[in-house]
Ligand binder design. Structure first.
Ligand code: NDP
Length: 258
């Protein structure tokens, strides 16, 4: 979207510096593309570079599950962008097991590191710069599956539920500094990660009710990465200037609302 400022047109996020985790494919790549289209300068990361990293984005390899990875990424963001105005925590995921008892200890730890602690660590490194500038937008990507958690996937939904609680608390803490913190919770979206999860669900032949992989959504189709990126871009823009601590559920109406 272009906006008119002092009589001249400019792209909505021109001059903004954005960091997106997991931007090499799926939802993250769509977010990177939309941020670039809106005029932002974008740095993204994944564990390895691929040809699907959107052209025009800077890329660094980092594993966000570790403190060392978060520190390397934060320092790359300071060196390459000079600071971060928009921080999108998108890297995440997990595979289902037969039931909750089958989830190994290390998978619980891994799920917490990837889907929850990665955001906590990176926020703690980059939010202080936003506080100094008294401006910033942070978006956490959770999952609508938190609304109906099931045993085979509890490591993942528990970590995302913690992320949502943390995101609301961080929003209260940072609001006085002009920093908005929000969550987007996707339903099922056609991405490499989403498809792999659904294939594994099918392979395990889980009982009905243990999986949401069977039907489509009330709106008649699965999500596209750009459906989620649209919500992220809205939250990152001034159009959401009075929104903080919210959770946008973008799922085609699939999951029950409280
Ligand atoms: P994909 O698996 O398709 O893409 C994940 C991206 O994150 C890739 O770029 C991947 O690159 C990167 N990534 C994964 N692990 C790490 C890591 N440890 N460190 C750095 N980067 C990493 O995922 P989706 O696009 O499907 O999902 C994006 C987000 O949306 C996730 O948080 C997911 O939980 C959430 N979500 C997705 C849904 C769906 O149906 N697709 C539904 C609900 C929520 P690499 O592997 O090279 O590191």
């Amino acid at each position: 979207m272009t906006i008119v400022e002092n009589g001249s047109e400019k792209r909505e996020l021109a001059g903004k510096r954005a960091l997106v985790t997991g931007g090499s494919r799926g939802i993250g790549a769509a977010v990177v593309r939309q941020l670039l289209d809106a005029g932002a300068e974008v740095l993204t990361t994944a564990r390895s570079a691929t040809s699907t990293v959107p052209e025009g984005a800077a890329f660094v390899e980092a594993d966000v599950r570790t403190r060392a990875g978060a520190e390397a990424l934060a320092s790359a963001a300071r060196d390459m962008l000079g600071g971060v105005d928009i921080l999108v925590h998108n890297a995440g995921g997990g595979q289902p097991y037969k039931d909750s008892a089958a989830i190994p200890d290390e998978e619980w730890q891994d799920a917490l590191n990837l889907n929850y602690l990665a955001s906590v660590r990176l926020d703690s490194l980059l939010a202080p710069g936003m506080r100094e500038r008294r401006s910033g937008r942070i978006v956490h990507i959770s999952s609508a599956a938190v609304l109906t958690p099931v045993g085979p996937f509890l490591h993942y939904t528990t970590a995302k539920a913690a992320l949502e609680n943390y995101s609301r608390g961080l929003a209260s803490e940072l609001a006085p500094f002009g920093i908005r913190v929000n969550t987007v919770s996707p339903g099922r979206v056609a991405t490499p990660g989403g498809e792999a999860t659904r294939e594994e669900w099918a392979r395990l032949a889980l009982a009905p009710g243990q999986t949401n992989a069977d039907d489509t959504t009330p709106l008649g189709r699965d999500g596209r990465p750009d459906d989620i990126a649209d919500a992220v871009l809205f939250l990152a823009s001034d159009r959401a200037s009075w929104l903080t601590g919210s959770n946008l559920i973008v799922d085609g109406g699939e999951f029950p609302r409280g």
